[in-house]
Design a protein around this ligand. Structure first.
Ligand code: NI
Length: 389
């Protein structure tokens, strides 16, 4: 694997950092130890450090050997998940109930590795901002950083992100222009009827069977209403009603999540859900109250920056191992908020086989240390190619 030789030399050191972060997972906006570690490492490389954006965010700023107007942002996420780790290896989580099950320990380490190399070599013209963000999982730390002025304080011409991908062969890098991850929103729907004895349903209004029809009705959004060639998901994941066998309850609460790849389809989902819920509820004499919880927008790569990312990736892993037309995922990613503000590209780095419990968010997951120098070399290559004189 033609990783950058100098980066390969500190593979063992990066592995130590990665396992240390893995052993001390911290969740949304509490990444204090991790942020301290990141800041200390950046400072030890001679990189200027800024802290405090989105509570635990860290930004390192490095100028190339030659001054230039171009500025690039490289982003890694630092947070862990609320999962009980099942692994028994030495670097398993020491924080019970928290775990780096999405590989953000590896993402942080790869960006640190690239920072170390780039600070040594500074073989570029312009400025790099190394963006270490908190709370990627569920709490949109990326959005908070942007709202708190990330790109005002650290203006960038383009911004790049990377995520490891179990199931993609080790040493491969995948990307695509356009949406690569979905927009994700949650919802809560309350269907109200009138409670009664379950043996005398005609004396009340049953919200349970109305809810059942609405759950099925929602599936027509994907199967009957949206163009079959477009991607949309409506999943009801929680159904809450009633206290006992022989009473029809007053109300039913449904919760779930919706996904779409394009802004056009995304914009149709909530109005369609409301139409279906209101219509079916009314037909049954019930009322429906839909409360959307807006989540993450789609992660949309810009075509030019995908080309830049692909060129940098090819230098590291070879053209045969770079896929520029991956099939998008309906999962979501809060790097989307940065891509809404600046052009850029989010790529996947093959983590090796996904079987045997090594899937993301699985209690047996572990980031593959073999890819640390590959990811770090990609970052370095991206800076050296996009900020070449
Ligand atoms: Ni993740």
């Amino acid at each position: 694997m033609p990783v950058i030789n100098r980066i390969a030399e500190f593979h063992a050191e990066m592995t130590k950092w990665r396992r240390d972060i893995h052993a001390h997972p911290e969740t949304a906006f509490e990444e204090n130890r991790t942020a301290d570690l990141v800041a200390a490492k950046l400072q030890s490389f001679g990189i200027e450090v800024h802290r405090g954006l989105a509570k635990t965010g860290v930004v390192g700023t490095l100028k190339g050997a030659k001054p230039g107007p171009k500025t690039i942002g490289l982003r890694a996420d630092m947070d862990a998940l609320h999962i009980h780790e099942k692994n028994r290896f030495d670097h398993r989580s020491q924080n019970d109930g928290k775990m780096h099950a999405c590989g953000h320990d590896g993402h942080t380490t790869m960006l640190l590795g690239a920072a170390k190399y780039l600070a040594e070599t500074r073989n570029f013209t312009g400025t790099v901002h190394f963006i270490f963000q908190p709370a990627e999982e569920n709490q949109a730390g990326g959005r908070v950083m942007v709202e708190e002025g990330l790109f005002d304080q650290f203006p960038v011409d383009f911004v790049f992100g990377m995520h490891n991908m179990p199931g993609m062969p080790l040493g491969t890098i995948g990307m695509r222009a356009g949406p690569i991850m979905a927009a994700a929103d949650n919802f809560e729907l309350t269907i109200r009827g009138r409670g009664t004895h379950a043996a005398m349903p005609h004396l009340g209004i049953d919200p349970v069977q109305a809810a059942a029809q609405i759950i099925i009705g929602f599936q027509t959004i994907a199967s009957r209403i949206t163009d079959p060639l477009e991607s949309v998901v409506v999943s009801v994941t929680q159904v809450m009603a009633g206290d006992t066998w022989n009473v029809l309850p007053e109300e039913v609460t449904l919760r779930g999540t919706t996904r779409a790849l394009t802004p056009e389809i995304h914009a149709t989902i909530q109005p369609l859900m409301k139409r279906i819920a209101d219509g079916i509820a009314a037909a049954n004499g019930c009322t429906a109250d839909l409360q959307p919880r807006i989540g993450y927008p789609a992660t949309v790569n810009t075509a030019n920056e995908v080309k830049l990312a692909a060129a940098a990736a090819e230098k590291v892993v070879g053209a045969a191992r770079v896929d520029t037309d991956v099939v998008p995922l309906m999962g979501a990613e809060d790097f989307a908020f940065m891509l809404k503000k600046r052009p850029g590209a989010y790529v996947w780095l093959g983590n090796g086989p996904g079987e045997g419990g090594c899937l993301l968010h699985n209690p047996s997951y572990d980031f593959n240390d073999e890819i640390l120098p590959i990811g770090a070399s990609y970052w370095a290559s991206l800076v050296e190619t996009t900020l070449a004189k």
